[in-house]
Design a protein around this ligand. Structure first.
Ligand SMILES: [Cu+2]
Length: 326
């Protein structure tokens, strides 16, 4: 009997040791080599996914220990060399009901929090800003809706050159090989950001693991998703739908910055304010008055009556600039 107890102690120690890597709670946002558990990510969606995963994981651990424990206990305690004789029954209704009802109860208990989290994941209401993502063979286009900012984002030149050089990339020399882009998607932290996601040619999928979801980008269909990044940082992802020969070469890089830094960045990307387009229109209108200097100095109020055609253009962009900086 003491032998059996000793065996159980060893079994429990072995199981605990096997579980050790997943007990490391602090996970980086991006996957690391030899990382065993999924990451926590940096958004509420990714946190929800992580929590659901850990609940399911621990349920599996408890079931695994109970089932294998009972099996090994029976195999050693009732072994033939000890003179054990097998019972001859082949049916036990009570046991069958128990081992059917218990799993059903476990699944139902797990389904409630999972469903709640899924519903939250698809709730894109009350977003503070919207980014339109369009997949192309083989790059992404980002549009900050209502902000007059859009750009494409492709594999960074150094990654592309290295890939075509036939050299072998190492993590040390090329830490972000094939995971770097020319134009990063800059987003503010602690902001509910809605994404509308589509594609122009074939099906792609926009996926940044640290955000906690991936969403298909399908031509002719607009899918939705949202995020609320909690930690500033750089988060990398990839196209997750086989989309052609360069599917592996259209990475995604999200740079999450403070709200103030984001507004500064956005303003720097916005087209120049109204006076610039108003000036050339005004020039032919005022040749008698002559010099160009007062014309360019002129307030937009002057531009409006002078060039009726330029006024509608000048007005909205004039308004959008202070809004964006607010
Ligand atoms: Cu793709």
């Amino acid at each position: 009997m003491t032998q059996v107890n000793g065996f159980f102690k060893r079994l429990i120690t072995a199981c605990t040791l096997l579980a050790m890597p997943v007990l490391a709670w602090a996970q980086p946002a991006d996957p690391k080599p030899w990382q065993l558990n999924m990451g926590r990510g940096v958004t509420s969606s990714s946190q929800h996914a992580y929590d659901a995963h850990m609940i399911a994981f621990w349920v599996c651990v408890v079931i695994g220990i109970a089932v294998f424990g009972a099996m090994f206990y029976a195999m050693f305690k009732f072994r033939k060399s000890k003179g054990a004789v097998a019972a001859q029954f082949s049916h036990n209704t009570t046991a069958e009901i128990i081992w059917t009802v218990i799993p059903v109860v476990i699944l139902v208990i797990m389904a409630f929090p999972a469903t709640k989290k899924l519903i939250a994941m698809y709730d894109t209401r009350d977003a503070e800003m919207t980014v339109k993502v369009t997949g192309y063979q083989w790059m992404w286009k980002y549009e900050y809706l209502g902000e007059d900012v859009e750009f494409t984002s492709r594999l960074a030149k150094q990654s592309d050159a290295f890939r075509q050089s036939k050299q072998v990339a190492t993590v040390k020399d090329n830490p972000h090989y094939l995971l770097e882009v020319d134009n990063e998607l800059v987003l503010p932290v602690n902001t509910k950001i809605r994404f509308v996601i589509t594609a122009d040619d074939v099906i792609h999928a926009w996926w940044v693991p640290a955000l906690g979801w991936k969403q298909d980008a399908i031509p002719g269909i607009v899918n939705e998703a949202w995020t609320d990044i909690q930690t500033p940082g750089v988060y990398r992802g990839q196209c997750a739908e086989l989309c052609g020969k360069d599917h592996g070469f259209m990475p995604i890089v999200v740079r999450a910055v403070s709200k103030e830094d984001f507004q500064k960045w956005l303003a720097s990307k916005q087209p120049a304010p109204a006076p610039a387009p108003a000036a050339p229109v005004e020039a032919p209108a005022a040749p008698v008055e002559a010099p160009a200097a007062p014309a360019t100095e002129a307030a937009p109020a002057d531009a409006a009556p002078a060039a009726a055609g330029a006024a509608p253009q000048a007005a909205p962009s004039d308004e959008s600039a202070p809004q964006a900086q607010a």
